[in-house]
Design a protein. Structure first.
Length: 265
């Protein structure tokens, strides 16, 4: 299972974003006439909000690079909101902004994705006045996952879908959902069965005995008839979904990964 995020960021995409930002700022600086007090205040407030959201997005991307999901409740702890704004109001507006703009879907990535550079980096030392208006932020790499315990975010360019969902299921404390999601994802995407000892790794940290116990819970529930177990000639347990792998494929691939591959380097 892929667990390391792809940290490669396309310079071409970043350059295009920088050019768009500069063009927007140049256009903003060419407004004719004196701004009204109300318009100046509106732009100042919007710029402060954009800068605050830019900091929050940079935090999401950094944490994704480090292999961590971000809960929206974290923004209160980090006090990203502009001065004078309620933390809860900032959280609501930030989530609404992402929802209303082009953002990434919660599905495996197709091709190489890129993470935008922070607006603060694009601007460099440039000082923004109240006459100028900052451009909209690029959230095209940001994924939202709505759980029972909170709202989770990650950068699709910096964290794989499978690893993000492993973290999500762990955070939601749903062992059965975690197990089923991993087995189905591996069978569908790669396709390959999952060894019992894979769950000994981060973020699960399950002993093999727990993994086998969770599998028994899955089977006894009767709700996941596609989840199957096979054993290699060495007795190692592997799991697969027969929605994506036939029983013959599941058994053959388990034997390949668990026994034959080590004999044929």
């Amino acid at each position: 299972m892929e667990q390391k995020p792809d940290a490669a960021i396309s310079m071409r995409s970043s350059d295009m974003s920088r050019v768009a930002c500069e063009e927007c700022l140049q256009q903003a600086g060419q407004d004719d006439g004196e701004l009204s007090v109300e318009e100046r205040e509106r732009r100042r407030a919007r710029n402060e909000m954009i800068c605050a959201m830019d900091d929050a997005l940079a935090d999401i991307r950094q944490r994704s690079y480090e292999g961590k999901l971000t809960r929206s409740s974290r923004w209160k702890k980090m006090a990203f909101q502009p001065k004078g704004m309620d933390a809860r109001a900032f959280e609501e507006q930030m989530l609404l902004y992402i929802e209303q703009h082009d953002h990434a879907d919660d599905a495996p990535a197709i091709g190489k994705l890129t993470a935008p550079r922070p607006l603060k980096v694009q601007l460099g030392d440039r000082q923004i006045t109240d006459e100028e208006e900052l451009p909209d932020l690029d959230v095209s790499d940001i994924v939202l996952i709505y759980g029972k315990k909170g709202i989770y975010l990650y950068s699709k360019a910096l964290m794989s879908h499978s690893y993000a969902h492993a973290l999500y299921q762990t955070a939601e404390d749903s062992d059965i959902a975690t197990f089923v999601d991993v087995v189905r994802s591996e069978s569908r995407v790669y396709p390959r069965p999952v060894a019992a000892d894979i769950f000994m790794n981060v973020p699960y940290l399950w002993p093999v005995s727990k993994t086998l116990d969770v599998y028994e819970q899955v089977k006894s529930s009767g709700a996941f008839a596609d989840i199957c177990m096979t054993r290699t000639s060495r007795g190692e347990a592997y799991f697969y979904s027969n929605l994506y792998l036939s029983d013959a494929q599941g058994k053959a691939l388990a034997e390949w990964y668990g026994v034959e591959r080590g004999m044929n380097p």
